[in-house]
Design a protein around this ligand. Structure first.
Ligand code: SF4
Length: 317
């Protein structure tokens, strides 16, 4: 627990926890799904605790930074922050798209904060991270889709924290390769772009993204020589054959790292969970992915694309 001097932080933590995080966690635990009266035991989540959690929270608040952990209501927040890590979300916390699975707010975003790259870099240093995952909201309002800001953020981390490895979970930049190239030129160790779901469900699940366009983005990343990674949420009504077909599509564009996790409904306004996929089925998919040639497949109910992401860097495996 924090020392006396951290009493205010602890109080703020308690307030936020009781009024923001706890209701979500409890509702997440109780949301019924067709095949179960309550959430299955394998989706039990760890509550945030300890000095590391408060340190991560304190640094993020002090710098005014956003994370997908909070914006996406990630079920692993307790575990990751308590382990001293988080996934930074750049370019604000308001997205120009409105995907039916995503908890991030939709609307008219603010102009990018020119100081954000330096703030991120100094937070990475303060948290003593060896590997950092960056993501962003979609910025279809900006002429460059935010690509210049992405590049500046990677450069700032490289300058401030030499030796830190970087994964960038990027939007599709509307498929514009000249914008993707701005990120690629900074040579992050991994560039990920999530397909999120199978081809058939894409129009229903993702608001403006297109399945083929996302495959094109991944192809372009892999062709540059950088590791291309993607992720799917399961439990949205996809069939096993469709998941396997999606894996084939990803391998065809040389995507080499795959994450598979259970979709959880962030609020009543979002898509319902159609099915809770069993851990055994996740393991079956993991094996199938390895058989299809993925270098690394992370496939478990609570896996998210940035969960244990340091393991996806080849030298860390
Ligand atoms: S899995 Fe990723 S998004 Fe979720 S809490 Fe961990 S670092 Fe954040």
């Amino acid at each position: 627990m924090p020392e006396k001097g951290n009493a205010l932080t602890l109080q703020a933590f308690n307030l936020e926890f009781h009024y923001k995080v706890l209701p979500y966690l409890l509702s997440a635990m109780e949301t019924p799904a067709p095949k179960y009266n309550r959430k299955p035991d394998w989706l039990k989540i760890k509550l945030p605790k300890g000095e590391n959690y408060l340190k991560v929270k304190g640094i993020l608040e002090e710098q005014g930074l956003h994370t997908i952990c909070v914006s996406g209501k990630c079920p692993n927040l307790g575990e990751c922050w308590s382990a001293g890590t988080a996934t930074f979300m750049i370019l604000g916390d308001i997205c120009t798209r409105s995907c039916k699975f995503c908890a991030t707010a939709t609307g008219k975003p603010l102009l990018p904060d020119a100081n954000e790259p330096l703030k991120i870099a100094s937070s990475v240093k303060e948290l003593n991270l060896k590997h950092v995952v960056l993501t962003s909201v979609d910025r279809d309002d900006l002429p460059d889709g935010g690509a210049t800001h992405w590049a500046a953020t990677i450069r700032a981390i490289r300058n401030e924290c030499p030796g830190v490895t970087i994964e960038t979970l990027i939007p599709d930049f509307q498929g514009k390769t000249e914008l993707l190239d701005l990120v690629i030129a900074e040579k992050p160790e991994i560039i990920s772009h999530n397909l999120e779901t199978v081809r058939r469900l894409t129009p229903e699940v993702r608001s403006a993204a297109k399945y083929e366009r996302s495959l094109g983005v991944l192809w372009h990343i892999a062709a540059s020589g950088i590791t291309a990674k993607s992720g799917l949420m399961l439990g949205l009504g996809e069939k096993e054959a469709e998941v396997l077909e999606t894996m084939d599509d990803l391998r065809k564009v040389n995507c080499s790292v795959l994450t598979l996790g259970q979709y959880l409904q962030p609020s009543l306004e979002h898509l319902k969970v159609v099915e809770y996929i069993t851990p055994e089925q996740f393991e079956k998919y993991r094996q199938a992915g390895l058989d299809k040639g993925f270098r690394h497949v992370e496939s478990r109910p609570l896996v998210r694309s940035s969960y244990h992401a340091e393991k996806h860097i080849p030298q860390n495996r």
